[in-house]
Design a binder for this molecule. Structure first.
Ligand code: NAP
Length: 316
């Protein structure tokens, strides 16, 4: 069986793929082109795709009977794959849940602290050589300890963020998700997103992307926030209406934003780059050697199970 891995992987993952499978590892770090996606579906039995590789309904319509029978996605988020269209074409889809949880929660806290405490702006000031020394009213930011956080999407990552906020920073946790959760720490379920937004200092987004959550955080939700409120998005860019976010920031409806993901990634609007109260990261959620290695092994575990005819460990 022929395996295609669509990006270079950490060394241990590449070594295992080459040792255990007839693997082609694409050398480029860019998203697959349409031609490459068609080749992936027609010339390989299994593909390990990742973020940005658009396995859309239109692509499956062009290849109704693909040779490929498994898309073992590298990553927990799979909004770049039309799962219904894949299934209809006889292609199974798996992902890598769990492996990504702590690292992504850590990046959420990085963004929350960096934005609240103006760390990016401060770093830029020091590097510019313009810093004139400490004084009592220099660069006053937003206090974090003991504040209120609202988590949108209380799944694996949402809960890991909530734990850090509750146990680490003594914060009051509220959340929204499709269903209320049994949690081992106090957290109030607020089913209305605008009500949640109006009640918190930090609104942290941790829902999956896709049609169901597109622009979940829209102008109405942003208008509900306090002028001291800060939005953190580690989920998918499209969950936030980016134009509405820019307006909310420019008009002072909210105080800041910390973003790991963007609506038209990797395009980042100049308006966001121009604002000092916005922290911008290049989708670093899972970017550690250990986590990317774990993710790769998890994807290959699904490949191995498929090739051995066993049930898939992480089907979606
Ligand atoms: P998860 O365990 O499936 O949790 C998703 C949560 O979102 C669940 O609590 C779910 O609610 C909630 N949800 C789903 N649809 C919703 C809707 N329409 N309205 C409100 N809540 C909704 O997933 P996870 O492992 O935490 O990952 C979450 C997402 O984070 C991934 O899908 C991925 O896109 C993103 N992510 C980003 C990075 C990064 O590098 N920045 C890294 C990893 C993951 P119920 O539980 O009630 O169904």
């Amino acid at each position: 069986m022929k395996l295609l891995i669509t990006r270079p992987m950490p060394p241990a993952v590449q070594a295992r793929a080459r040792a255990d499978f007839d693997a082609e590892i694409r050398g480029k770090t860019t998203f697959l082109t349409q031609e490459e996606i068609l080749r992936a579906l027609t010339e390989f039995d299994v593909v390990v795709p990742t973020l940005g590789d658009q396995f859309s309904a239109e692509i499956f319509a062009q290849v109704p009977e693909p040779r490929c029978k498994l898309l073992a996605n590298f990553g927990v988020g799979y909004n770049h794959i039309d799962v219904d269209a894949a299934h209809a074409a006889g292609v199974a889809v798996t992902n890598t849940p769990g492996a990504v949880t702590d690292a992504t929660a850590d990046i959420a806290m990085t963004l929350l602290l960096t934005t609240a405490r103006r760390a990016g702006e401060g770093e830029r000031l020091v590097r510019s050589g313009r810093w004139q020394g400490w004084h009592p009213t220099q660069m006053l930011g937003h206090h974090v300890t003991g504040k209120k956080v609202g988590i949108v999407g209380m799944g694996r990552i949402g809960q890991a963020i909530a734990r850090r906020c509750h146990f680490g920073f003594g914060m009051t946790v509220s959340y929204q998700s499709r269903n209320p959760k049994q949690l081992e720490f106090p957290a109030e379920y607020i089913s209305d997103l605008s009500v949640l937004a109006s009640a918190v200092d930090f609104l942290v987004i941790a829902v999956p992307g896709g049609a169901e959550t597109r622009h979940l955080v829209n102008a109405q939700v942003l208008t509900s926030m306090n002028p001291t409120g800060i939005v953190i998005n580690i989920a998918r860019g499209e969950v936030v209406d980016e134009a509405a976010l820019i307006t909310a920031l420019q008009t002072g409806q909210i105080a800041g934003a910390g973003l790991d993901v963007y609506e038209f990634e990797p395009k980042v609007p100049q308006a966001l780059c121009a604002m000092e109260n916005v922290t911008l990261l290049p989708h670093l959620g899972t970017a550690t050697e250990e986590v990317r290695t774990d993710m790769g092994h998890m994807a290959l575990d699904n490949v191995a199970a498929f090739m051995a005819g066993r049930s898939l460990p992480n089907p979606v």
